[in-house]
Design a binder for this molecule. Structure first.
Ligand SMILES: [Zn+2]
Length: 484
């Protein structure tokens, strides 16, 4: 068994891993297309496993050669994690990968929690079947994200119960319907993704139908081979359909993404790719209920377990109190008439509640909490009410000021260590003259300054991914500009 995760300080981004499934799919072309959807269930299942095994190998190879230094490492590190089985206790094992697949063994069959990324699921399944090939009685899915449900169809046998949250199908629906939107956004953040979305049936996301569901804060209890299981609806974390699995006899919490990819960290109330906002008060409520269980082991769906009741309790309390603090300060600021931008600048975690912010971060949580309660009208400018954004006058403002004045202004802001103000001016200037080399060089300088701050400060994965994308775009435009 791996040591407790207290020693794990590496940073991983879950945003990418959730969608790597589509990235990897590009290498998979015809190998399995012969599959007849009407084939017998067992034959089809075995064929799926074999096909996915081959596809997974090819795609992983392609990805690791294609990624290079295209990212600062988070998603790539997760995809390069070897797929192997690790033991948590005599009856609990997990197969590593971008997302872990956890298996609990009993004398009357097995329970599987989360099923990883589709392209890694066959390898994970085969590895875990080496430990036990007994029938799978239950598959429990922590939530509907692609890095958790990928192998569900492989694991489900005749008579297997598929347990998920009652909101699972709705979350799956909206994620599926917005597939193109998410794909475009993720491709911006992860440029190694293929330009065209692979359209491969076996790898397609969606369409899973739970046979049993659990509502918010509901507990579904069952026992199998003398082992007690409690599936708990734990809303507010990673989507509206979050559940965890509690093994009371072992005091083990199989947590999915409830805590994010590492423990403890500030939770991701906001997703850069633009999912629905997550609810802070529900999260605190869920945390309180899980705290009452007094877990001694946490087995997450990314990275490795955390062991130790006091360490776990301390971490959970800190997460709970940090979210509560940020929530309450945001509410107080709203009531005091402050703007969301003032609050984003002002609200910081007190030192006793310090948490890493490479996944979720406080200032974006402030904005998310604000907009969760108040939605998009900030009661500030009349123009917010109309579909004529400030950007629509950028080119005219830049022309009125003159190119030289705009460049001077932007350079001045940069010299004052104000890269965001500089970017405002640069965006106005580029609206009028998108190919201006001096303005593009200033944009590169402003983005580089922001990147330096991001990498030496919070090291937030998503901020870094975004800045990388914008820097790459600027470099590409500069190349075109030079050639032209
Ligand atoms: Zn995940």
């Amino acid at each position: 068994m791996k040591p407790p995760s207290a020693s794990i300080s590496r940073q991983y981004g879950a945003i990418g891993c959730a969608l790597l499934v589509v990235v990897l799919a590009v290498a998979a072309t015809g190998a399995w297309l012969w599959l007849d959807e009407d084939a017998g269930i067992d034959l089809k299942r075995e064929a799926r496993i074999s096909a996915l095994d081959v596809i997974g190998d090819a795609a992983t190879e392609r990805l690791s050669s294609a990624t290079g230094d295209a990212t600062h490492g988070s998603a790539v590190d997760l995809i390069n994690r070897p797929i192997e089985v690790r033991k948590v206790s005599d009856t609990v094992f997990y197969a590593t990968g971008v997302g872990n697949t956890v298996m609990i063994i009993t004398d009357e069959g097995n329970v599987v929690f989360d099923t990883g990324l589709v392209l890694q699921s066959a390898k994970q399944l085969r590895a875990l079947q080496e430990v036990s090939s007994a029938p799978v009685r239950y598959v429990v899915l922590s939530h509907s994200h692609a890095d958790h449900v990928g192998g569900a169809r492989l694991w489900v046998e005749q008579g297997t119960q598929l347990i998920a949250h009652e909101e699972f199908e709705e979350e799956q629906r909206y994620l599926s319907e917005l597939d193109a939107y998410f794909y475009g956004r993720n491709r911006t953040l992860f440029p190694w993704m293929p330009a065209e979305r692979p359209d491969i049936g076996l790898l397609k996301y969606g369409g899973l139908k739970p046979t049993r569901t659990v509502g918010d804060h509901e507990v579904l209890r069952f026992s199998l081979g003398g082992v007690s299981f409690e599936v708990i609806g734990a809303p507010g974390a990673e989507g509206a359909d979050n559940i965890v699995l509690w093994l009371p006899q072992q005091k083990m919490l199989i947590s999915g993404d409830f805590f994010g990819p590492q423990f403890p960290q500030f939770p991701n109330i906001f997703t850069m790719r633009g999912e629905k906002v997550r609810k802070p008060i529900e999260y605190i409520d869920s945390l309180n209920r899980l705290l009452a269980l007094q877990p001694e082991v946490i087995v997450p769906s990314h990275l490795d377990p955390t062991v130790g009741g006091s360490e776990i309790r301390e971490g959970m309390l800190r997460i709970r109190d940090a979210v509560q603090y940020v929530h309450d300060e945001t509410i107080a600021g709203m009531n005091a008439g402050k703007t969301v931008y003032e609050l984003m600048r002002e609200i910081e975690l007190p030192s006793e509640l310090t948490l890493v912010q490479n996944h979720g971060r406080v200032d974006w949580a402030v904005k998310s909490i604000w907009e969760y309660y108040a939605t998009w009208f900030h009661f500030d400018s009349t123009t917010e009410l109309y579909p004529t954004p400030v950007r629509s006058v950028y080119a005219d403002v830049a022309a009125a000021a003159g190119g030289a004045a705009m460049l001077d202004l932007a350079s001045g802001y940069l010299q004052q260590d104000e890269p965001v103000k500089a970017l405002h001016v640069i965006e106005m200037a580029l609206a009028g003259k998108p190919a201006n080399r001096d303005t593009l060089l200033l944009r590169q300088a402003a983005l580089t300054l922001l990147m330096d701050k991001a990498q030496s400060g919070l090291k937030n994965d998503y901020e870094i991914y975004w800045l990388k994308a914008r820097l790459a775009d600027t470099a590409a435009q500069l190349r075109i500009n030079t050639q032209g």
